[in-house]
Design a protein around this ligand. Structure first.
Ligand SMILES: Cc1cc2nc3c(=O)[nH]c(=O)nc-3n(C[C@H](O)[C@H](O)[C@H](O)COP(=O)(O)OP(=O)(O)OC[C@H]3O[C@@H](n4cnc5c(N)ncnc54)[C@H](O)[C@@H]3O)c2cc1C
Length: 476
């Protein structure tokens, strides 16, 4: 058999002596999977079917001891390290050809302390794992809106979901991170210990080590919440969006909404003649006092007559899964984002035109209403510098035939280019396309905070072992 060669920190390949590989296997409880082994193809598959990378080795870490052993092995051989949480990064950043991936999928434990209202969440847990455990105590952490997404990747770049106007981003609710740093040791980072590292971890991505667990502050949520799901025809967008803007300006922090330019779902509540036609869905979740929810979502439901209205109360855990079926594993995806400063007639026209021109009816353009708790955190308090934009546009190209990739990616890029004139810049790093133009992404997301991130990187990972999705190079 050919000797294993792994990607090193210089970008070249390092041959690994068979005895070193054997030592590694002996040091671990989890498996090391390399090309040619039976499990290889299943283990290297990620959510986005477009990603077909062939990592040199995948280490299935079963706990902190495995992560420490794997990082020490990487350090000894000067190997680049890629971490995998939930495997949902759109660009497949947890994998590189010939790379060494530390796969934390076996580490999904969540431990809730109901009295302190905190939870420790392991680095391979999904949002669904977290919601299940916290809801047993009527609590929730602010994370994203699809339950199969990994907590780790989502949190390390911010984390936006239904609680962002009430409690901010996921990172704003982090109390501590347990992380294996480049020296192969477990460190704890919080406001009191390794405070500079803790600052960097609240947005700086996977550049500083492998996070083995996150401690979140929890909040009372549910068990039932109100969801608004009125569906309006696309040709009403010019009236619906200004009204949406006004409603969200006046709405309480407990109401978060996304105006989704999409296709009418093929469900019995939607008249058959509308099935698959382009629509605007005002998807919202009210998480405040249950008895007030119907009243607070009402204005979103009466902007003229919707073609259908799927609004109603749901369990929080169901609200968190409301979109799950729309994002199956192995389909094809390309997602980008723009922070937007206005939502006027000109912008709405661009959104409507591109919605009508989608090559795939599965694709959407999502107008996330931001602000409130997210905006109350200062631009330097975490690395995430763009806190003040009232909207973020998620541009989602979603399609089913591999051969349609070029047209769908081109569509998403065109939407992005046409929206940029309405933005002061900055993209959300969890929707980063295929990480093209890394310099623009880094400067746009971090602004003046990039220098401080590079200084923390130099302190904790001077050899640049941890590549992150977007690599932050150590300061000179
Ligand atoms: C269907 C779907 C819905 C989504 N919805 C939302 C949403 O509502 N809100 C939102 O904010 N985002 C959302 N996202 C984007 C999501 O936050 C990112 O795709 C994120 O990267 C997913 O994290 P992961 O752990 O699953 O990814 P992975 O592919 O496993 O990891 C992504 C990157 O994170 C880093 N990383 C992962 N685990 C670790 C670790 N333990 N230690 C150190 N670094 C690590 C690595 O750099 C890795 O390359 C969604 C994505 C999908 C696919």
């Amino acid at each position: 058999m050919d000797r294993l060669q792994l990607k090193n920190t210089e970008g070249g390949l390092t041959p690994i002596p068979p005895e070193a590989l054997l030592d590694l296997r002996n040091d671990l409880r989890g498996e090391v999977i390399t090309a040619g082994e039976a499990a290889y193809d299943a283990r290297r598959a990620v959510w986005n079917g477009l990603i077909d990378r062939k990592p040199g080795a995948l280490i299935r870490c079963t706990g902190v001891a495995d992560v420490m052993a794997a990082v020490r092995f990487a350090r000894r051989h000067h190997l680049a390290v890629f971490a995998k949480g939930g495997g949902h990064h759109v660009a497949g950043a947890c994998l590189a050809d010939n790379g060494l991936t530390l796969d934390l999928a076996p580490m999904r434990h969540v431990a809730v302390d109901p009295e302190r209202r905190t939870a420790w969440v392991q680095g391979g847990a999904t949002l669904g794992d977290l919601d299940h455990e916290t809801q047993a105590f009527g609590l929730a952490a602010p994370v994203g809106v699809v339950s199969a997404t990994g907590v780790a990747g989502l949190t390390l770049h911010g984390g936006m979901g239904w609680l962002l106007r009430r409690h901010g981003l996921s990172v704003d609710n982090l109390l501590s991170v347990a992380i294996v740093t480049a020296d192969g040791r477990l460190a704890k980072a919080n406001h009191h210990r390794n405070a500079d590292l803790f600052w960097a971890l609240r947005g700086g991505g996977g550049n500083f080590g492998v996070a083995t667990a996150f401690e979140f502050r929890l909040h009372p949520v549910g068990p039932r919440v109100w969801m608004a799901v009125p569906i309006y025809p696309l040709d009403r967008a010019a009236e619906v969006l200004p009204a949406f803007h006004e409603v969200m300006r006046a709405a309480p922090d407990d109401l978060m909404a996304i105006a989704v330019f999409w296709s009418a779902p093929e469900v019995p509540e939607v008249p058959a003649r509308y099935h698959g036609t382009p629509v605007v869905i005002l998807l919202a979740c009210y998480t405040g006092p249950f008895e007030k929810g119907e009243e607070h979502i009402a204005p979103l439901r009466r902007m003229g007559t919707p073609i259908a209205d799927l609004s109603g109360p749901r369990r929080w855990t169901d609200a968190q899964k409301f979109l799950d079926a729309d994002y199956p594993d192995g389909a094809f995806y390309y997602w980008k984002s723009v922070f937007l400063d206005r939502l006027d007639a000109e912008v709405v026209k661009v959104l409507a035109q591109h919605t009508a021109a989608r090559p795939s009816p599965l694709s959407s353009i999502d107008v996330w209403s931001l602000g409130r708790a997210m905006g109350r955190v200062g631009a330097g308090e975490t690395p995430l510098f763009r806190r003040d934009a009232p909207y973020m546009i998620g541009i989602e190209a979603n399609w089913q035939a591999r051969s349609a990739a070029e047209a769908n990616i081109a569509w998403a890029r065109a939407v992005f280019e046409d929206l940029r004139p309405f933005s002061r810049g900055g993209e959300y790093l969890n929707f980063p396309g295929f990480l093209e133009d890394q310099d623009r992404l880094l400067r746009g997301a971090y602004g003046p905070n990039l220098q401080r991130l590079r200084a923390v990187k130099a302190q904790y990972d001077p050899g640049n072992l941890f590549r992150g999705a977007l690599n932050i190079s150590p300061a000179d």
